[in-house]
Design a protein around this ligand. Structure first.
Ligand SMILES: Nc1nc2c(c(=O)[nH]1)N[C@H]1C(S)=C(S)[C@@H](COP(=O)(O)O)O[C@H]1N2
Ligand SMILES: [Mo]
Length: 406
């Protein structure tokens, strides 16, 4: 008689935590079986997210935060947005997980177990800002296809791992290396094993930065499954799509990586500005690199009511891709005049920065508070929606919150 195969421990733990209770005879669950109680999973429970998060799509899972949920200096998991292009891996056999470094420009193809990565290379911890290239897409007109992110596809977590540079150098980088590209364990929505949902990367200069990590810990614990457990590439300050989750292989390429969503118009914007709705040919589209300067008011919550004569302390975060935010301002008169906020230095390069200001409202009535960050090259956030582009990327317009004084 053929032996039945039972599901692995990781899947069982994930099921039990999603169900919110122990599965008493769980060890007898057959492989590939999903408990009936999870046929219509509650994504907030499934991914340990706050119920104030906003679900944008369930195939694949995509969920964003609201500004006031992002008040913490380091974003806790429950407020971290989820962006998937394919299916979240279900069975992760951590003991068998390996990372392979290969490609045209590797001196010697090498494979490491997680234990080898952790023991062979020095570990580093950085706070790194990850923002989806499409954050703010919902505001563009004519509208762009894709998840209609408003402002919540951004977070800054603390990541621990080894430097990608140390691992690449251990395998050896040939002189003709141009780019790295990641390959991950998530499956294409079609379940076609030949197709990858996403396989992006970065030029060597970004790959070799101190802060570019192969991380195994987020906020002091194992990376949550949906954010890339057990190994994630983290490249702060660039579109978060560069930060491959569930990474199994990194190729050192002798040309710009040509994996899924590296080509065509994916994560590209017109090299030169175009008018709204204009057609742009592929050769005139450029790959997004460093993200633009931006800020977010996380307190108070938009719609707050305050009493006349009371000052309030507004606060939030600002970030500028590879650059630092040097100046932070707010306006209560629709951008006619601006006052300065105090802004902290980043804890490390590529971490978001925290600002605050005491705001005084002259009399009863309706106000909007707008925030505007300026980066170290003197570029400020635009007050209105910036250049339209076919896929709706890089909207870094000033954020606005409503306040009523009564
Ligand atoms: N393997 C893999 N990595 C991935 C993705 C994915 O679908 N699969 N999505 C990318 C995109 S587009 C974004 S914005 C970020 C989202 O990271 P998060 O889910 O931790 O917020 O992961 C990136 N890395
Ligand atoms: Mo993204």
């Amino acid at each position: 008689m053929e032996r039945r195969k039972f599901i692995g421990r990781t899947a069982l733990i994930a099921f039990a935590s999603a169900l919110g209770s122990e599965i008493v005879f769980g060890k007898y669950l057959p492989v590939g079986y999903t408990p009936l109680g999870l046929q219509n999973p509650d994504p907030f429970k499934l991914f340990h997210k706050d119920s104030g998060m906003v679900l944008l799509n369930d195939k694949p899972w995509n969920m964003e935060a609201q500004a006031h949920l992002l008040d913490d200096k380091i974003t806790p998991n429950k407020y971290i947005f989820i962006r998937n292009n394919g299916l979240v891996p279900e069975n992760i056999a951590i003991a068998n997980w390996t990372l392979t470094i290969d490609g045209e420009s590797v001196t010697q193809k090498k494979t490491y177990t997680l234990a080898q990565l952790k023991s062979k290379f020095k570990q580093h911890t950085y706070q790194l800002t990850l923002e989806c290239g499409g954050n703010g897409r919902a505001e563009y007109n004519p509208p762009a296809k894709g998840n209609q992110w408003t402002i919540g596809a951004i977070y800054c977590a603390e990541w621990t791992g080894v430097r990608l540079r140390d691992v690449l150098e251990d395998a050896g980088i040939k002189n003709d290396a141009v780019y790295i590209g990641y390959h991950a364990a998530d499956k294409h929505l079609s379940r076609d094993p030949e197709k990858e949902p996403i396989s992006r990367g970065a030029p060597m200069a970004k790959a070799l930065q101190d802060e570019t990590l192969l991380a195994f810990t987020m906020n002091g614990a194992d990376i949550p499954l949906v954010h890339g457990y057990p190994l994630r590439l983290v490249a702060g300050g660039w579109p978060a799509s560069v930060s491959g989750k569930w990474v199994e292989r990194i190729s050192i390429r002798n040309k710009v990586h040509d994996g899924a969503k590296m080509t065509g118009s994916a994560y590209r914007v017109p090299c030169n500005p175009v008018g709204p709705g204009e057609k742009v040919s592929e050769k005139d589209m450029c790959i997004i690199e460093s993200m633009p300067v931006k800020s977010l008011i996380t307190y108070p919550k938009t719609g707050a009511m305050i009493s006349e004569g009371k000052k309030i302390n507004i606060r939030g975060h600002a970030w500028a891709g590879e650059l630092e935010v040097l100046k932070m301002e707010y306006s209560i008169d629709f951008g006619s005049t601006w006052k300065v906020c105090s802004i902290e230095k980043p804890v490390n390069r590529l971490a978001w920065q925290h600002f605050s200001a005491q705001v005084d409202f002259p009399k009863k009535g309706y106000y909007e508070v707008w925030s505007r960050a300026t980066d170290s090259q003197g570029t400020a956030q635009p007050m209105l929606i910036p250049g339209w582009n076919p896929k709706g990327y890089l909207n870094n317009a000033c954020q606005r919150i409503a306040i009523k004084v009564s």
